[in-house]
Design a protein around this ligand. Structure first.
Ligand code: GLN
Length: 208
């Protein structure tokens, strides 16, 4: 039985632990390099990536996180956690660093001021019951601006600010990606009752 850590520097840690329990995974908060050593996989929660980055530096976790991810540890990032897993960010604060590992460029706070938060039903065919859309909650969410060759696009969404009917489909943004054992979503499945994204992550963890 693998143990899934949840990076507990800041953000919605408990919500992820609740979802992991719902899919039958054992989880534990991770705040120190020793705690990171003890887990088989890691969830990087939603929250605020600038704060998470600064705390990771302060706690001496940034380099250990980079090493574990580079060594193949499965990881799932939601929202701020997606930003943390991205190799490149746009709209970060000066000097903002990430853990990286995913060959993606994410744009912070991308959906715009008018739609700080919104909810949308997104098609996510990689999930169980693929025909059932996922109700996704976006809060000052990033989108994925560019993906490298090894990155699988799992879902797209349109923020209501770019609702120009005909352009709607064309303007849909990438909001879920997978690269090997790394998974990331712009939105927060941990704030809903639908545990299918966590179930997908647990499958990745068990395969690894
Ligand atoms: N905008 C936040 C950031 O840049 C992410 C928001 C979230 O995780 N809900 O980290």
């Amino acid at each position: 039985q693998p143990t899934v850590g949840v990076l507990a520097l800041q953000g919605d840690v408990r919500e992820h632990q609740r979802m992991l329990a719902a899919v039958g995974a054992q989880s534990t908060p991770v705040r120190t390099p020793a705690e990171l050593d003890a887990v088989d996989a890691l969830v990087l929660p939603g929250g605020e990536s600038t704060t998470m980055w600064r705390l990771a530096r302060t706690f001496g976790l940034l380099e250990p996180l980079r090493r574990r991810v580079a060594a193949g540890m499965p990881a799932y990032g939601s929202c701020a956690g997606m930003i943390m897993l991205a190799d490149r960010i746009e709209g970060g604060v000066t000097g903002q660093e990430t853990v990286g590992g995913m060959d993606i460029t994410v744009r912070r706070n991308a959906f715009g001021r008018q739609v700080d938060s919104f909810e949308a039903d997104v098609d996510f065919p990689a999930l169980r019951e693929p025909e059932r859309p996922l109700h996704a909650v976006f809060i000052r969410a990033p989108w994925v601006e560019k993906v490298g060759d090894g990155v699988e696009v799992l879902a797209r969404a349109t923020g209501s600010d770019v609702d120009a009917s005909a352009e709607k489909r064309a303007s849909a943004r990438i909001v879920a990606v997978r690269q090997g054992r790394l998974l990331a979503t712009s939105f927060h499945p941990e704030l809903t009752a639908d545990a299918r994204v966590h179930a997908l992550f647990l499958d990745i963890v068990k395969e690894a």
